[in-house]
Every structure is written in C-alpha cells, then in structure tokens.
Design a protein around this ligand. Structure first.
Ligand code: ADE
Length: 237
C-alpha cells in the first residue's frame, strides 16, 4: 500500500505546491505516495460557505466551527491513519515522529486557519496536535507540507542512498557534521586535511567530534538528551 496523505483545508489550491516538485514530486508522480485534498468548505451549512464564527466569550478573530470541521473529518476514509491537527499549540514535530508516520499507512491533516478550531472537535475526534515550531503561520497548510515532506523522503526508495538518511541531523540525536567537496582550495579555504587522508576511522571520529561540538553549541536541549542517553550527567547551563 502506498503512503497516503489527505489534507483537509479551505485552501486546496495550495496543494501539491512545493510537494509537486523535486524529490517529493518525483515520488508522487511515481506513486510512491499519494495526496488528496478535501475542501472543508464543502461542509459549510450556509449559502456564504462560511466555516468560521466569532469566539465564544469574545475576543479577536474567528474560530472554525466544530460541526463543519467534524463533518469534513468524517467524510474522509480513515484507513487506520492518524488525524493530525497542525497548530502552534501542538507537540513539537520531530524526526522520530516523522519515522513513525513513515512506517504507517499515511495521515490525515486538518489545517486550521483563523484563530484556530473549536476545542470540542479536537477532543471529540481525538486529534493529534502537531506544531512545526515556535512561530505562528497564517494557516496549517504550509506546516502540513513540511510534515509530509519530512515523511515522504523517509519512504522506501524515495531517497537514493539510504545511508545518507542514517547519517543526517537528528538520526543519532545530534546535528550533522559539516560537509566539503571540490575544489580542494576555495577562496583560500582548504578542506580539513583529515577528510582527504583516506583514514576512515579518523574521519568517522572527526565527524562525530564535530557533531558533538555543534550540538553542544547550538542545541543544549539535544545535547542534554544525548548526554543522558550516553550515561553522562547533563552540564548545567
Ligand atoms: N499553524 C500555524 N502555525 C503553526 C505552527 N507553528 N505549526 C503547525 N501549525 C501551525
């Protein structure tokens, strides 16, 4: 079975968008995965096609209605797929979650617009809330594309060399080491000597040391977790 994504949105024209080109686009054309959109507006109940209303309790913005969003979710075939709500309030998306999703049959994405969606549909349909980072986008569509892209490249056969996946950032809980290629000298900068030494063990050690150093500097959260996993007491910061 191909991995299948269904996206519930009021902006179906945004898809496939960037997912239709490059790696994911090629895999889509080759049916390594499938994508369908479902327009939430199809379930609007008034003649204006509105899907949102004013927030209970007052305040700014508009909220997507529970009945309309639920009708859209219920109209889609589940096929054992998780129903994910893209929202900055969600749990942080990680490479680990991308791997889990890639191992399953696909996912259904609910894209919120406006201030968000009625809490009762989140509870009533048991939505998994996922955030792609601590910033607010104008809708969940771009966020869902990011999740889909991260998953699709993990599907079997999509990325050519599978060892390029196991080496990359986050796979070992560390940031990736720096890369170099020709020319040997560029603007007076040389490729680190060790990389041209042909000494595989030394190269591996150097790369690990670089990964550790970079992670420690840039991502104290990942660094603490790595130290804990390797039985080292985390450093105070
Ligand atoms: N929708 C708006 N902002 C978002 C974010 N940071 N992550 C996921 N969905 C979003």
């Amino acid at each position: 079975m191909t991995w299948s994504a269904t996206v519930l949105t009021i902006q179906p024209d945004m898809f496939p968008g960037p997912l239709g080109v490059s790696l994911s686009g090629k895999a889509l054309a080759e049916s390594a995965w499938s994508l369908e959109t479902h327009d939430i507006r199809r379930h609007a109940t008034n003649r204006y096609g509105s899907v949102d209303d004013t927030p209970a309790g007052g305040g700014p913005g508009m909220v997507m209605r529970a009945d309309i969003v639920a009708a859209a979710i219920d109209a889609v075939e589940r096929r054992d797929r998780p129903v994910i709500l893209m929202t900055p309030r969600g749990r942080a998306f990680t490479q680990a979650r991308a791997r889990e999703l890639a191992a399953g049959p696909g996912a259904i994405f609910v894209c919120g617009r406006f201030e968000g969606i009625d809490q009762r549909v989140i509870d009533g349909r048991n939505l998994e809330e996922i955030s792609i980072g601590d910033y607010v986008l104008s809708g969940g569509e771009l966020a869902s594309m990011i999740v889909i892209d991260a998953v699709v490249r993990l599907l079997p056969g999509v990325v050519g060399a599978s060892d390029s996946l196991s080496e990359e950032s986050f796979e070992q809980g560390l940031l990736e080491y720096p890369h170099y290629t020709r020319p040997q000298v560029w603007e007076g900068r040389e490729i680190p000597e060790i990389l041209t030494s042909g000494h595989h063990k030394k190269i591996r050690d150097w790369r690990l040391a670089q990964s550790l150093e970079l992670t420690k500097l840039r991502r104290p959260d990942l660094w603490d977790a790595w130290q804990r996993r390797h039985g080292v007491a985390p450093t105070k910061h």
